[in-house]
Design a protein around this ligand. Sequence first.
Ligand SMILES: [Zn+2]
Length: 135
Amino acid sequence: MTTTTGRCHCGAVHWTFEGEIPDGTTCNCTICRRYGVIWAYGHVGGEIAVTAAEGALASYSWGGKTISFNFCKRCGNVVSWQGIDPEPDGRTRIAVNLRLAEPEAVAHVPLQRFNGLHDWTDLPRDGRTVGDIWF
Ligand SMILES: [Zn+2]
């Protein structure tokens, strides 16, 4: 099985994604556009695991506080977002930032644009992959 890994710049925080990454999402919402991240979605204890040195992560949430954005305290890299409460099925959603992977490891992943600012919908796929927007 394919395993993709990402690490923050200083190396204090790592993530792994087990299996094929179905897509990488860019979002225009008020926070994602500022972070400039590319998200790969999954569930805690499922395909995604985040490993952090003790006290390495800081988190930010606001408004309804349904998810937290988690970043390395030392180097400031955005690592993940995570549901604060589980879903009705008991699983907790998480997404990791594909920007923390090596470029060639995720270049083939299809891009999914998400209109999180206006109507909370996926835009139609346009054939681009993560590699097309890496620079
Ligand atoms: Zn770091």
